[in-house]
Design a protein around this ligand. Structure first.
Ligand SMILES: [Zn+2]
Length: 71
């Protein structure tokens, strides 16, 4: 199992990833994270216009946003 596989960037590889692969993965994760946060923002205000609401669903979304910022 010591084949040297190249990634699609043609980079040397022992680990199936190169720094370009890593960068792409980071960008993917950042885009996903942004989409999730936007969805949570909508849910946090749902039914309450531009302000955070206090329904159970609003609170769950607000808590998730706070925890996401708490890294
Ligand atoms: Zn690569």
């Amino acid at each position: 199992m010591s084949e040297h596989i190249k990634c699609r960037h043609g980079a040397y590889l022992d680990m199936q990833r190169c720094c370009y692969c890593d960068q792409e993965r980071i960008e993917e994760l950042e885009a996903e994270n942004k989409a999730l946060r936007e969805a949570l923002e909508v849910l946090a205000k749902l039914g309450n216009g531009d302000h955070y609401g206090n329904s159970d669903g609003n609170r769950i979304a607000q808590k998730a946003l706070l925890e996401a910022d708490d890294e």
